[in-house]
Design a protein around this ligand. Structure first.
Ligand SMILES: *[C@@H]1O[C@H](CO)[C@@H](O)[C@H](O)[C@H]1NC(C)=O
Ligand SMILES: *[C@@H]1O[C@H](CO)[C@@H](O)[C@H](O)[C@H]1NC(C)=O
Length: 420
């Protein structure tokens, strides 16, 4: 029915229909559904969910506050302080984070939209390197109409100081096309690469943003999901807030996003936050808050977890051990199969795997070789998301391994069947 929806809704809805945009759910269970699909696509840490559920069921009580406006608006009275205390411990900020610098919203995804709305006008852009978590295009684009501009880099060089030269080129190229870049985005620890930014690269990026007066958003949602591996060439996590930024960037330009979806395996709580010392940006976020206030019931659970510091420390220590074991398990499996992956990962829930040798020549009706490979994998009962992480070299996929070891083993076996 022509004209039923607005032009912007029609455009957005049409764009969601592009092939392979969204990941199907994994339905495999070794006992109850052994022929179900195994999905390596959704970045959830299924290894910790039971622990969070047990804590929440035992230690959460709803108070009248939880159900009233005053208990939930902008995160209510307790959550921002509890989150600040948590981040002061795990980000080791150079200047302690005050509760007043934390604005809480219903999930980090909403925060990206709010931030895009706050710092950029429709048609302006956010600049980032690739590979990158592909749904940022939706987060920034689909409501606020802010584009994502990519700096031409790849998995091997995007953590190097030289990435700022790529940013510079992309900035000028965009300007040449009439697109104003308003913000640089980094994801640290990186999604989809599972690696952390070296301190010197962070410094260069801040200087670049200062020079061009661009906002810098450091998405640190995986900050606590960093672990030890036996690879000697890993980079430890350094939060951008841990650096002395005084001589590097105006506090008005520097923002961090965090949330409980990843480190606490609790995407369903939908709790996210921006941490910034910029009063104008905090005011703009507050202005959009009306549409994005978190739920009081979620805040009750999140606050109980974060206020129990001994529980948090034990939980994160145990989560890191589980991540390390799962990472060792999947990388061993990949080596046994002869599948190459990006070395040096020590964070997040994924490895970056190279399936380029197995890209089929026959597309079988799909638009490109990566979709065709994803189809072959689906036929073998395993899903890897094709082309969503915007690799400049075809054939690389993000493989999420934070699942039961038997599921991962079976998933790898199915990949082996599909590619042999
Ligand atoms: C929504 O996101 C898709 C995917 O990036 C993009 O192609 C499309 O242009 C976006 N729509 C709008 C209206 O911004
Ligand atoms: C931070 O850097 C500024 C500028 O370089 C310097 O003046 C200041 O002493 C530093 N602060 C600390 C605590 O090191």
């Amino acid at each position: 029915m022509a004209g039923l929806l607005s032009k912007r809704a029609t455009e957005t809805v049409d764009a969601l229909g592009v092939p392979w945009r969204f990941a199907p759910r994994g339905e495999y269970d070794p006992e109850s559904n052994p022929s179900g699909l195994i999905s390596f696509a959704t970045a959830e840490n299924a290894l910790v969910t039971d622990e969070v559920v047990a804590f929440a069921n035992k230690h959460t009580t709803l108070s009248p506050e939880s159900l009233l406006y005053r208990g939930s608006t902008a995160g209510g009275p307790r959550f921002p302080a509890a989150l600040a205390a948590h981040l002061n411990e795990y980000l080791a900020p150079h200047t302690p984070i005050a509760a007043a610098s934390v604005q809480c919203v219903g999930a980090a995804t909403a925060m990206h939209d709010v931030l895009a709305w706050a710092v950029a006008d429709p048609g302006d852009a956010v600049l980032t390197s690739r590979p990158v978590y592909g749904r940022f295009e939706l987060d920034f684009g689909n409501k606020s109409h802010v584009r994502v501009v990519y700096a031409d880099s790849d998995a091997e060089d995007c953590f190097d100081e030289g990435v700022v030269d790529r940013f510079e080129e992309a900035l000028w190229r965009a300007r040449g096309e009439g697109v104003e870049v308003k913000m640089v985005l980094i994801v640290n620890p990186n999604n989809p690469l599972g690696k952390c930014y070296p301190r010197n690269t962070l410094i260069k990026i801040m200087q670049f943003c200062q020079k061009h007066q661009l906002h810098l958003l450091s998405d640190e949602i995986y900050a606590c999901s960093v672990f030890t591996t036996d690879d000697p060439n890993t980079t430890p996590f350094t939060s951008i807030l841990s650096l002395n930024t005084t001589a590097l960037i105006d506090p008005d330009l520097l923002h961090v996003t965090y949330g409980l979806s990843k480190d606490f395996g609790a995407a369903g709580l939908r709790l996210g936050a921006i941490i910034t010392r910029s009063r104008p940006v905090l005011a703009a976020v507050a202005a959009a808050m009306r549409f994005h206030n978190p739920s009081g019931a979620s805040l009750a659970v999140g606050t109980a977890m974060l206020e129990d510091r001994p529980w948090c420390r034990a939980f994160i220590a145990s989560s890191r051990e589980k991540l390390a074991a799962a990472h060792a398990h999947v990388t061993r499996g990949l080596r046994d199969m002869g599948v190459r992956y990006l070395a040096g990962s020590n964070a997040g829930f994924f490895v970056w795997v190279d399936l380029s040798p197995y890209l089929p020549a026959a597309l079988g009706g799909e638009a490109n070789a990566e979709f065709a490979l994803a189809r072959k994998l689906m036929d073998a009962g395993v899903f890897l998301h094709p082309r969503e992480e915007h690799s400049s070299t075809p054939g690389w996929f993000r493989l999420v391994y934070t699942q039961d070891a038997r599921t991962v083993t079976e998933g790898l076996r199915r990949i082996r069947v599909a590619i042999s």
